[in-house]
Design a protein around this ligand. Structure first.
Ligand code: CDP
Length: 832
């Protein structure tokens, strides 16, 4: 493991400065100089207490953060008191002095570009500055239709939308969901009277589908425009058109584009300013630009002399080197690639921090990534004891999206996880790639917001120079199928001439059109079909919305069966739609206990273990073996899709107070299951709205699951086939791999011939791998018939697999995999 590797090698990594020579311990070793002190020398003494979070104010800011918990009387503080205290913080923001300029620019122009450093206050203040403007008032157009009244502020990430809405409602002294609210996929906390609405750009696209003029809004603010997510880019193109339509109707919509770093002129030219009266050409002038000068302190940059094999290990070492070298306060922000890597790194640091000498300052490790629980994310904003060092391990979400206060040291691994579409294979996957120079500079900047800081780049300077200058917009390297379906459904027929800020290649357009055609979303002439229209209403990627539509059709054909395909398909899709795997992976098993002090019932107590060390009794099963035994009860031999269904059915059939226990026993994530439940409800809602099949009432949900578990403890073979065939309609032949010699899998090409495919392997997280890694329990489980066997009864089953996703690391790994018959693939293309 990572921690073992660290303890055993214990050496220090050397980082040398490229931008400044300093006596820093990370500088190259001088003759006779002692090696920098590192935690290797720390006596491995177990500390009983975890660092306690004490309350205090950040001396550097000089302001009380009203959200910091204050002992005892804090609960008595009223909303208006909190907002009064926050007023001081607001007035200290760089944007505060520019509010008049911003107001007058927006008053005089329908469009504006607003540029300002991360943390200058753009996202939190813009709505509040504009709220009382006369143009905000509802206007009635010729037809008597009401326009305006609300400001939408778009965010590429749901986390940011939620946390901003929370913050701003605190600042305004209102309850979340009233005056200020948010709307993210599967979660809408706002009502008809909401005036500032933080919304993900994906949800704004969805809104355009239902109301092509965005009539409830007076202004749309596109935040984080430099992130250039596909939805941002599509949104900008569509908004350009809406601004024009509303201007012609005399009920203008204000469009403000905000960013920390951006090719400002390009953006200002793209959105365009107000037309000049009596101008000869129809071309618009550029939009006005407003710049908030940033307050930046100098940041020293250090590079490693050589490329590192393992930046995770290097990051841990650097954290402790900083901790031992620099006094508190001064928090550390580490940029890592993804949630799993972050969890890994954070736990290692936590473990090692317990072994520090008593006189060393304590450490408080905080995680920050998109799929994290919002309550958990809020922890990064809480100012703790200045004597405790906060170590924040984050994805690039902390680059510009979320401002973390108190950071003086940044550790940058130089990598990012990005969606990449491989045209040749026709698959989209998450890849770890190098960041751009622009990203590296943003990351560095996080260290110099409050005082001079340091930035440790875990790569050599030569690498930095080889990085791309700017991050490539997502639309240039992603699968365009979802984007094109979005546009088609919003009446954009001439896709090639849609105003893209950066136009994707003809090849990727063609590939996407082909995909949509294969999904039956477009007809031969490229027009959207009824299926396509239904698909576009679901906030899901086309591959998944197709499954729902397929299930709706299937259900109509098999009305009399007791097992409802649509219900089951929605259940599986809900499990797939949460960010993260609901099934906890080994290594993190002991973390599910909600109270860490409580002994996890699955973990044998240490004492007991020692006593009967040698005996091979049931009591002495390792935690892993116990979990394995449990898991063999819920595993479905066809693979992950049906295993998810098994888990969800059983979970739902439990009483609320038993659900947590269920999750603990089976090592399933309880917070994620709660989300699954919510998504399931919403997907059912969408289905009812668009009349895709008939669904039981939500109030019958528990009754429904209880009956299903009682009647069908294991999903029947016929039902398994029906469900998997629906999923196959979605993923298509592109995500099917056939078993070849040596038990390996190779993807099928479109012609259904394995010769041209690529080798793929089942990801270790798949339940299809559980049996292999098992000990004696799986044999026991097999004997009981709870796993395996299906193939034997049903010929051809398992000769191929389909999968939802591929991740490329050392190999191409298939994620969420189920066994299928090749015959099903043939049926799909045989036509009616
Ligand atoms: O949009 P921009 O990056 O310019 O700044 P912002 O997000 O409006 O943040 C302004 C200040 O509010 C920062 O100092 C943040 O730390 C703080 N903030 C917060 O405490 N909690 C949030 N949920 C969001 C911002």
């Amino acid at each position: 493991s990572l921690s073992e590797a660290l303890v055993s090698d214990g050496s220090s990594i050397t980082i040398h400065s490229a931008e400044k020579i300093s006596p820093d311990p990370f500088a190259p070793e001088q003759k006779g100089q002692e090696k920098p002190k590192i935690y290797k020398n720390v006596p491995l003494k177990q500390k009983s207490k975890k660092p306690q979070q004490e309350v205090g104010n950040d001396s550097t800011a000089g302001l009380v953060d009203p959200l910091t918990p204050v002992p005892t009387k804090s609960h008595e503080r009223s909303k208006s008191q909190i907002s009064k205290d926050l007023q001081l913080v607001r007035e200290s923001l760089p944007i505060w002095g520019f509010q008049d300029e911003i107001r007058s620019t927006v008053r005089n122009s329908d469009t504006m570009v607003l540029i300002g450093e991360t943390g200058s206050g753009k996202s939190t203040q813009i709505g509040q500055f504009l709220l009382d403007q006369p143009w905000m008032l509802r206007k009635v157009a010729g037809g008597g239709r009401k326009y305006g009244g609300c400001i939408a502020i778009t965010q590429p990430r749901r986390v940011a939308a939620i946390s901003l809405a929370q913050r701003v409602s605190n600042e305004m002294g209102t309850s979340l969901g009233k005056e200020v609210g948010y709307c993210v996929r599967f979660d809408n906390v706002s009502d008809q009277n909401t005036r500032i609405r933080y919304i993900t750009d994906g949800m704004l696209l969805n809104e355009i589908l239902h109301d092509g003029e965005l009539s409830r809004y007076s202004a749309v603010v596109v935040d984080e425009a430099h992130e250039r997510s596909v939805s941002t880019d599509l949104g900008l193109g569509l908004l350009k058109g809406i601004v024009e339509t509303r201007r012609k109707k005399g009920v203008p919509l204000k469009l403000i584009v905000m960013s920390a770093t951006l090719d400002v002129e390009k953006m200002a030219g793209f959105i365009g300013g107000d037309p000049i009266p009596d101008a000869k050409s129809e071309e618009l002038p550029v939009a006005p630009i407003c710049r908030i000068p940033g307050k930046m302190h100098p940041v020293e940059v250090y590079y490693t002399p050589t490329t590192l094999d393992n930046f995770q290990t290097a990051a841990v070492k650097t954290i402790f080197q900083i901790h031992y070298q620099y006094p508190c306060p001064g928090d550390i922000l580490v940029f890592d690639t993804g949630s799993e890597e972050i969890e890994d790194l954070a736990s290692t640091v936590e473990e090692l921090a317990l072994q520090m000498e008593a006189d060393k300052p304590k450490m408080n490790v905080v995680r920050l990534y998109a799929s994290l629980d919002p309550a958990e994310q809020q922890k990064v904003f809480v100012k703790g004891d200045p004597k405790v060092r906060k170590v924040i391990v984050a994805t690039n979400i902390a680059e510009t999206s979320i401002t973390v206060p108190g950071v003086r040291h940044v550790i940058d691994c130089g990598k990012v996880k990005m969606k990449r579409f491989r045209h040749q294979l026709g698959i989209e996957s998450l890849l770890v790639t190098d960041i751009s120079q622009a990203s590296a500079q943003q990351r560095k900047g996080r260290a110099g917001r409050e005082a001079p800081g340091t930035c440790y780049r875990l790569y050599p300077e030569a690498c930095f120079k080889k990085f791309e200058k700017e991050t490539e917009p997502e639309i240039l390297h992603c699968d365009l199928a979802g984007a094109l379906l979005t546009l088609k459904a919003r009446g954009v027929d001439d896709i090639f001439n849609f105003p893209f800020l950066d136009k994707p290649s003809r090849q990727s357009f063609e590939k996407a059109l082909l995909t949509l055609h294969m999904l039956d979303a477009l007809d031969d002439a490229g027009n959207i079909t009824e299926i396509g229209k239904k698909m576009s209403k679901f906030p899901l990627p086309p591959v998944q919305s197709r499954v729902i539509v397929a299930a709706g059709e299937e259900e109509k054909l098999n009305k009399d069966t007791e097992e409802d395909v649509l219900v089951d398909v929605i259940d599986v899709l809900s499990c797939l739609s949460v960010e993260g795997n609901i099934i906890l992976q080994s290594g993190r098993w002991n973390k599910v206990a909600d109270d860490p002090k409580k002994q996890d019932p699955l973990l044998p107590s240490k004492k007991k273990k020692r006593k009967h060390n040698e005996e091979d009794s049931d009591e002495d099963m390792t935690a892993e073996e116990r979990v394995h035994t449990k898991r063999m009860e819920i595993v479905h031999s066809s693979g992950d899709h049906l295993t998810y269904l098994n888990i969800l059915r059983r979970y739902l059939s439990k009483r609320t107070n038993e659900q947590k226990q269920f999750c603990r026993e089976y090592q399933v994530s309880y917070p994620l299951m709660r989300k699954v439940e919510n998504i399931r409800k919403q997907l059912r809602g969408y289905c009812r709205l668009d009349k895709v099949g008939e669904l039981p009432r939500d109030s019958d949900m528990k009754y429904e699951s209880e009956t299903m578990v009682a009647r069908y403890p294991r999903v029947s073979q016929e039902q398994t086939e029906r469900i998997l065939r629906c999923f196959l309609k979605g993923v298509g032949v592109g995500n099917v791999a056939r078993k070849v010699a040596g038990g390996k899998y190779r993807t099928l090409t479109a012609s259904g011939n394995a010769a041209g495919g690529v080798d793929v392997v089942v990801h270790p997280s798949s339940c299809l791998m559980w049996e292999r890694s098992s000990g004696s329990e799986s044999k026991k489980a097999k004997k009981e018939g709870s796993s395996g066997g299906l193939e034997k009864r049903d010929e051809g089953f398992g000769e191929a697999v389909m999968y939802q996703d591929v991740v490329w690391t050392s190999k191409a790994f298939m994620k969420c995999v189920s066994k299928i018959k090749l015959e099903w693939v043939a049926d799909m293309y045989a036509g009616p």
